[in-house]
Design a binder for this molecule. Structure first.
Ligand SMILES: [Zn+2]
Length: 91
């Protein structure tokens, strides 16, 4: 039996980009579709509408990687929330 890990939105930037966590992995959700990023032959694209998006949207980090958590929090402009991001993701 396969279970789908729950996706939790931890923070949302003013521009609509969201930081999400699933199964210990932090990643970004697009402003246009709330979808994750995917790689295409032309670069990084939104998994919802397949429009090209900034390369940084394809970044991801494990919650256990403090440097990665700071980097991911910075993408949504809430670096002061790093500790809360980690505790929220681990709770
Ligand atoms: Zn989209």
């Amino acid at each position: 039996m396969t279970t789908t890990p729950a996706v939790r939105t931890i923070a949302t930037a003013p521009d609509g980009i969201a930081l999400a966590e699933s199964d210990g992995m932090l990643y970004l959700l697009t402003a246009c579709c709330g979808a994750s990023a995917t790689g295409t032959e032309h670069g990084v694209a939104c998994r919802g509408c397949y429009q090209p998006i900034d390369d940084f949207m394809g970044d991801a980090a494990m919650v256990s990687d403090a440097t990665g958590v700071r980097r991911m929090a910075a993408y949504v402009a809430v670096p002061r929330l790093v500790g809360q991001v980690v505790s929220a993701a681990l709770s």
